[in-house]
Design a protein around this ligand. Structure first.
Ligand SMILES: *[C@@H]1O[C@H](CO)[C@@H](O)[C@H](O)[C@H]1NC(C)=O
Length: 180
């Protein structure tokens, strides 16, 4: 019995170590590719911000699956997926609101307060419309700060931006903490 519980404890620790989000790696990737996209491994879109954020999450160790991926190749006839420049992907990989819904629903992330944001977490921004809010931007936190975290993002590729700056151009935001 003792052996068994130790055995299970070891398994448990092993699994929890293996699935923890590696913020250092995520941050490193974000900083390496904020200016020049990783065009060997991923497509580049005109609106590239969420595609880039997904890459950061993946490089921090969040595993791709049928609901969230972007890989080389074309969609099979039975799949609902999108194609672009030799890649196939899900909307959750590239669309601001879809990534948010995916992360919350699958309990990879939760909405949090800006002061809780750590490197590798995300902030999304919206513009208000007459009928719908337009969640138009996904950014990646690279430095913690209680009120003004440092951010990097794509579309207009920025390696040295910050929350105050993007917030001023938006009508609202949500802070997204990775909890894996
Ligand atoms: C935030 O970013 C803007 C635009 O790049 C810059 O002018 C401002 O100094 C930055 N603020 C801080 C506190 O870094």
């Amino acid at each position: 019995m003792i052996c068994k519980s130790i055995y299970f404890m070891i398994i448990f620790i092993f699994i929890s170590v293996c699935t923890a989000y590696d913020r250092k790696k995520a941050r490193e990737y974000a900083k390496n590719y904020c200016k020049n996209p990783n065009k060997e491994k991923y497509p580049i879109f005109d609106a590239d911000c969420t595609n880039f954020a997904s890459q950061v999450l993946k490089n921090g160790g969040i595993l791709q699956n049928d609901d969230w991926y972007c890989i080389k190749g074309s969609c099979s006839w039975w799949e609902t997926c999108k194609e672009y420049n030799g890649f196939r992907f899900k909307k959750s990989w590239t669309v601001v609101d879809d990534l948010y819904n995916y992360l919350i629903k699958s309990k990879i992330a939760r909405e949090c307060s800006p002061k809780d944001l750590k490197p590798g977490d995300l902030i999304q921004y919206k513009k208000s419309g007459w009928f719908f809010d337009d969640w138009y931007h996904t950014t990646i936190v690279v430095e913690q700060n209680p009120t003004n975290p440092k951010l990097v993002y794509h579309s207009s590729n920025k390696c040295d931006s910050n929350h105050s700056f993007v917030k001023d151009k938006s009508d609202g935001f949500r802070a997204i903490c990775i909890i894996k």
